[in-house]
Design a protein around this ligand. Structure first.
Ligand SMILES: NC(=O)c1ccc[n+]([C@@H]2O[C@H](COP(=O)([O-])OP(=O)(O)OC[C@H]3O[C@@H](n4cnc5c(N)ncnc54)[C@H](O)[C@@H]3O)[C@@H](O)[C@H]2O)c1
Length: 257
């Protein structure tokens, strides 16, 4: 029960990493607030309640300041405080490509959700963590924040670089308030987000060829890493780029299978 008596707010908690984290955080004793644009978060909250945990859902568009303010107020009014803020919601648009072919609108949508969404989560969430006497912020970035992706996705890659830079600055600014801020940098995962983008066997193979482990990661594996960052187990960590990537950033060449 590593999160006993803690309240965790998870954006993008209706699917993938966010959903797996909501289930795991609850199993570890946390009260969970799922904030997502998809109503499926209601079903995830019900699944947690069925298992004896505490979870609520609030429909949220993280790119809107008024929604982010409300999700934090909802967490505090429901459970009394906020200890863990997991800014995880993100998109990878299917029309995101190289700089020449990517429309300005795709760039703006991606930045609004992936970067402004994290900023707004922190804008309203960090004062709540202060009120609770400290806490942990986890921002989901990506391995593409550290290296170029093999398939072009300029808006997405740029957005994740920004999340990493934002994480480092917030970590430094809030370190002496007992607020830790870390980035979770997943490698390529077998979740809805990436599988929709790598929608042919050829594209999947193109990506897998770079991963030493030779497979996509699972949402559950990211949830375990997020739990580590959320809990006191990572008490001396702040400002990190926590890579959980099947070795992709370590590889110059991958082993022959
Ligand atoms: N899947 C990967 O390979 C991979 C790799 C690295 C990083 N990531 C990042 O991990 C995070 C979670 O992705 P996932 O793989 O679990 O994808 P996912 O598509 O399964 O889940 C993303 C969730 O975010 C929600 N969402 C989208 N736009 C939103 C908005 N405006 N407001 C609120 N919620 C919104 C979706 O409804 C969905 O529930 C994202 O930030 C993503 O960029 C994913």
């Amino acid at each position: 029960m590593r999160l006993k008596h803690k309240t965790a707010l998870i954006t993008g908690g209706s699917s993938g990493i966010g959903k797996a984290s909501a289930l795991l955080f609850s199993k570890e004793g946390a009260n969970v607030v799922i904030a997502d644009i998809s109503e499926y978060g209601q079903t995830v909250a019900a699944e947690i309640a069925k298992k004896g945990g505490n979870a609520v859902f609030i429909k949220t568009d993280v790119s809107r300041a008024s929604d982010c303010k409300k999700m934090v107020e909802f967490a505090e009014s429901t459970y009394g405080k906020l200890d863990i803020l997991f800014n995880n919601a993100g998109i990878m648009h299917s029309d995101d490509g190289d700089a020449i072919e990517t429309d300005e609108a795709i760039w703006e949508t991606t930045m609004n959700i992936n970067v402004k969404g994290v900023f707004l989560g922190c804008k309203f969430g960090i004062p709540a963590l202060r009120r609770a006497g400290g806490g942990s912020v986890i921002n989901t970035a990506s391995f593409v924040a550290l290296m170029g992706a093999a398939t072009p996705q300029v808006a997405y890659t740029s957005s994740k670089g920004a999340v990493l830079a934002l994480t480092r600055e917030l970590a430094v600014i809030h370190a002496r308030e007992g607020i830790r801020v870390n980035a979770l940098c997943p490698g390529p995962l077998r979740t809805e987000l990436l599988m929709k983008f790598l929608n042919t066997d050829e594209k999947k193979e193109r990506r897998l060829v770079h991963i030493p482990m030779g497979r996509f990661g699972e949402a559950d594996e990211m949830a375990k890493a997020a739990l580590f960052l959320a809990s006191e187990d990572s008490s001396y960590m702040t400002g990190t780029e926590f890579l959980v990537d099947g070795g992709i950033t370590a590889a110059y060449v991958t082993p022959l299978s």
